[in-house]
Design a binder for this molecule. Structure first.
Ligand code: ADP
Ligand code: MG
Length: 205
């Protein structure tokens, strides 16, 4: 289903952070929310992810326009994943737990996890503690978590901002592949290479 941002504005006190934004993210698409620090990227991502109500305008998912707390929870539990600039992982836990939120998996699931870890370049690292991973590897754990969940909607907040060039490229192509496989991705960034990999750019001033 398509996420539609309909004529959305957000105001903090007297300050209009952004106004009258309209765009649509359909499955298979990756949209960049681009702009300098302080321009409202994280705020817009939160609004698009139903975590923050806009001052005016609306966010709809398919034909669902009104969001009950139940709908919102179901959306995040079953369909959506968030990827953070600073990885959002539990450093003392192993990769298996950071990706699946389980300490042990049955054989089929263990194989599925193994395949996902291969796809993000973390093959064989199930039982490594997250603290021992590099920044690039930690970010790929975040992506693995979205893949494990089969997230159809991925919200990524500056996912390449803390990474070196090589890892920026890896993370960019993993997100692109997730979109090509049918996810709908909104990514806040000022990384021009990541922006170039997107289907559309929403520029914030
Ligand atoms: P970005 O992610 O592009 O850096 P943000 O969305 O985090 O931008 O923030 C945009 C601006 O809004 C910043 O100046 C920030 O300080 C301000 N801001 C965000 N949320 C709040 C809030 N709840 N109260 C006051 N100011 C806020
Ligand atoms: Mg931000």
């Amino acid at each position: 289903m398509t996420i539609s941002i309909n004529d959305v504005s957000y105001r903090i006190g007297e300050r209009e952070l952004f106004s009258h934004l309209t765009f649509h993210c359909e499955p298979g698409k990756m949209i960049a929310l681009a702009g300098p620090s302080g321009s409202g990227k994280t705020t817009l991502l939160s609004i698009a992810g139903l975590l923050l109500p806009p001052t005016s305008g609306s966010v709809s998912l398919g034909h669902l326009q009104r969001w009950s707390r139940h709908n919102r929870r179901a959306f995040w539990k079953d369909q959506a994943a968030f990827i953070y600039q600073d990885y959002g992982i539990i450093e003392q836990e192993k990769v298996i737990y950071n990706v699946t939120f389980h300490h042990h998996l049955h054989a089929t699931d263990a194989q599925r996890l193994a395949d996902i870890l291969v796809s993000v370049g973390l093959q064989g690292k199930e039982n490594e503690r997250a603290i021992s991973l590099s920044g690039g590897e930690k970010q790929r754990v975040g992506i693995a978590r979205a893949l494990w969940k089969k997230a159809r909607y991925i919200f990524a907040d500056e996912p390449t901002a803390s990474l070196d060039a090589g890892n920026r490229e890896i993370v960019t192509s993993l997100l692109r592949k997730a979109a090509d496989d049918g996810a709908c991705i909104l990514v806040s960034t000022h990384d021009e290479n990541l922006i170039a990999a997107c289907d559309q750019v929403v520029r914030l001033e």
